[in-house]
Design a protein around this ligand. Structure first.
Ligand code: SF4
Length: 691
């Protein structure tokens, strides 16, 4: 055997082109990045380079399981696939007959980013008229903010970062979460002497590698962006000719920003006016300034407003039109890939009247919150694929309370016995990306790829596609997609989307779907009518939660602000060696991460009487968590950072970080607000935590 091509399926914008050393029909060795892919460029993260640890982990689920003891007690017995699937189908049919099909809620997310294995669950949902899911847990706030101004997905090719003289990484930490960004930044630094500026409330590994780290208080990014635009107008860097052609109301914006001075922003962000002036001057005077927009700063109640404000920067300064300049967030499937997912998702049989519920509010849904259930029935059955809501969803104490309901029948199809699977009635073993076929676009670059089956799965693991098809047969669901193989779905979806078929893509290894320069830089106009960028968004057209949103880019006081009772602002940032809860099971990742840790400013630690390594308790009205403290510089007093998503069981009390985060829907269209949390912190008087 030899190195075989495939694609990283994980929830990461890099979607690396991989080469896997296939040792035999069941085993892999090394995993490396494809050197000849112009985005991956031979670089992948360490957690996937160690993928053999995960692939051949002794804790992989290998057989269907049926619960035998009390819910959550961990007692299961082995079952055959027929017994398990017959039970699931019978319970779903019974629940639908008694409560209506809306009482069944298929629930999924991005544990794999492959279109067939991730999104096929929607085909079963639509065929059976089960409740729908508003997919808010990751991108919705960013989408709202991006679309508010830009009006369509896409943007400058991320490889153009190598052609920039300044890269501003705003609200992201690619060293930990999409390492390939750094490849292209490094090229710019070497070839052009480019500078890297990182805007992040704490000194992340990317911030530590930057030429300049700007650390605003969490939730104040819009104030910083407004002050930069103020300087642009004040000092003659605004590109008035560009705005006259490409923007909706530059005069109104200029008048509005007159009072948004660096001093004004300093009082909000906690930065100094001199820092803001200096950053604004650097940005405004650098023609090739590329803003790489991350997700972090948008995970806030005012995140869409902040995202929109950041996208206004290259519009005010006219930078969109230059090579190596502009702003890029994500290509999305409806952007450069123009996926037609009718076959995969059964969009042709979707009933638009079926109930839609917010996936970030799964705790509210499962505990019967009428605001989420609407006039539909309580949820009595869950089918979970590709996600671990007991740990990753906000307000996790409430999620667990819901999952423990005795009148809830939960099916979890997983690779490992996650904490959600432990709360299930039926657990089904799932394949990894090396054991099934799938189709991938990429949020963070422009290639589309097909991943093939490279090895046999252990035990009796089945792919998501196979399980959805087997349930469809038992439930009598009708759609042509249920009878097709995954590769046939890949082929048909490619062709329906205007691309060559699967065989051609596999032979080529990838297709570069990049838009031409004029389109990716919006020289042909932005996505709104008239081709104009909107400084004044139509928030009401984007989502229902638009009340009070500012008419123009501005700081919006909608966040969970620190108070006397909750004086700290918590950022639940991603850990470098985990990807949400994926890889929390691999020894290499666990060893490198150490243990759940709260990063505290030295002044705060002193005020709390906490030393490095001491146990501390963080809490708010939703819950409490117990972790070790680490004293850290590179952030403002009053900010606390807990990198995660560690499993609940790794925390002192067995309760994970999302016990503290809120499931409040971000404006205007929902979205999880993971980095918008006020907490108290107390020194834990006794050393309750193991080291
Ligand atoms: S950087 Fe992202 S896409 Fe690349 S191998 Fe790691 S997790 Fe996968």
């Amino acid at each position: 055997m030899a190195f075989q091509s495939t694609v990283c399926p994980h929830d990461c914008p890099s979607t690396c082109a991989l080469e896997v050393d296939v040792l035999d029909t069941h085993r892999i060795g090394a995993v490396r990045g494809a050197a000849d892919n112009t985005y991956t460029a031979g670089v992948i993260c360490a957690k996937v380079a160690r993928y053999a640890e995960r692939q051949h982990h002794p804790d992989r689920l290998t057989h269907p399981l049926i619960r035998t003891g009390p819910k959550g007690g961990g007692a299961f017995r082995r079952a055959s696939w027929d017994e398990a699937l017959d039970l699931v189908a019978a319970r779903f049919q019974d629940i639908a007959a008694r409560h209506g099909p809306a009482a069944v809620w298929p629930y999924y997310f991005a544990g794999t980013m492959g279109l067939v294995q991730r999104d096929g669950i929607n085909r079963l949902r639509h065929a059976m008229r089960y409740s729908r899911q508003h997919n808010t847990i990751c991108s919705t706030v960013c989408e709202s903010g991006w679309m508010a101004g830009v009006g369509r997905y896409g943007g400058p090719d991320p490889r153009e970062m190598a052609d920039a003289d300044l890269v501003v990484m705003w609200g992201g930490n690619p060293v930990s979460t999409q390492v390939n960004v750094m490849t292209h930044v490094t090229r710019a630094r070497k070839a052009r002497g480019a500078q890297l500026v990182v805007v992040d409330p704490y000194r992340s590994p990317t911030a530590a590698a930057a030429d300049l780290h700007i650390a605003p208080r969490p939730g104040t990014d819009a104030a910083l962006a407004c002050a930069v635009m103020h300087v642009a107008f004040r000092d003659g860097h605004a590109d008035r000719a560009y705005m006259a052609q490409y923007a909706d109301c530059p005069d109104r914006l200029e008048a509005h920003l007159r009072s948004r001075t660096p001093e004004w922003a300093a009082a909000i962000t906690g930065l100094t006016a001199a820092e803001i002036e200096s950053f604004a001057r650097l940005y405004c005077t650098t023609e090739r300034a590329f803003i790489r927009i991350g997700y972090g700063f948008a995970r806030s109640r005012n995140g869409a407003v902040a995202m929109h404000a950041v996208t206004c920067l290259p519009t005010v300064t006219g930078k969109w039109r230059h090579p190596g300049a502009g702003a890029f967030w994500n290509n999305r499937g409806t952007g450069i890939y123009h996926w037609d997912k009718t076959l995969i998702e059964g969009l042709d049989i979707r009933d638009p009247t079926t109930r839609v519920m917010d996936m970030s509010r799964i705790g509210a849904v499962l505990t019967g919150d009428p605001a989420e259930l609407g006039d539909g029935p309580p949820v009595h059955a869950l089918l979970v694929q590709n996600t671990n809501p007991a740990v990753v969803a906000p307000d996790s104490n409430r999620v667990r309370q819901g999952l423990l309901r005795d009148d809830l029948f939960t099916v979890v199809h997983e690779q490992f016995m996650t904490e959600t699977a432990q709360l299930a009635d039926v657990v089904l073993p799932a394949t990894t990306f090396l054991e099934h076929d799938d189709l991938y676009g990429a949020g963070g670059h422009t290639h589309l790829q097909v991943g093939r089956t490279l090895v046999e799965p252990p035990g009796e693991c089945r792919s998501n596609h196979e399980v959805i098809g087997a349930l469809a047969t038992r439930l009598g669901a009708q759609h042509p997609g249920f009878a097709m193989t995954a590769l046939e779905m890949v082929d048909a979806t490619l062709r329906a989307s205007g691309w060559p078929g699967a065989a051609a893509v596999i032979a080529a290894r990838w297709i570069d779907a990049a838009d031409p320069f004029a389109r990716s830089h919006f020289l042909d106009g932005f996505g709104h009518p008239g081709g104009r960028f909107r400084f004044a968004p139509d928030w009401a057209a984007i989502g229902p939660h638009h009340a009070g949103m500012p008419a123009l880019p501005d700081q919006w006081a909608a966040t969970d602000e620190a108070t006397a009772d909750h004086p700290f602002r918590l950022v639940a940032a991603p850990a470098r060696n985990f990807l949400n809860t994926t890889f929390t099971e691999t020894p290499g990742s666990r060893r490198r991460e150490g243990r759940p840790t709260a990063l505290l400013h030295p002044d705060d630690a002193a005020g709390l009487g906490v030393g490095d390594g001491d146990p501390v308790r963080l809490g708010n009205t939703r819950g409490e968590v117990l972790v070790h403290a680490r004293i850290a510089t590179g952030m403002q007093p009053g900010v606390v950072v807990v990198e995660s998503v560690w499993p609940n069981k790794d925390f002192g009390d067995g309760i994970g970080i999302n016990a503290l985060t809120s499931d409040a829907p971000a404006a205007p269209n929902g979205g999880a607000v993971f980095h918008d949390t006020a907490v108290w912190i107390k020194a834990e008087p006794t050393a309750l935590l193991a080291s």
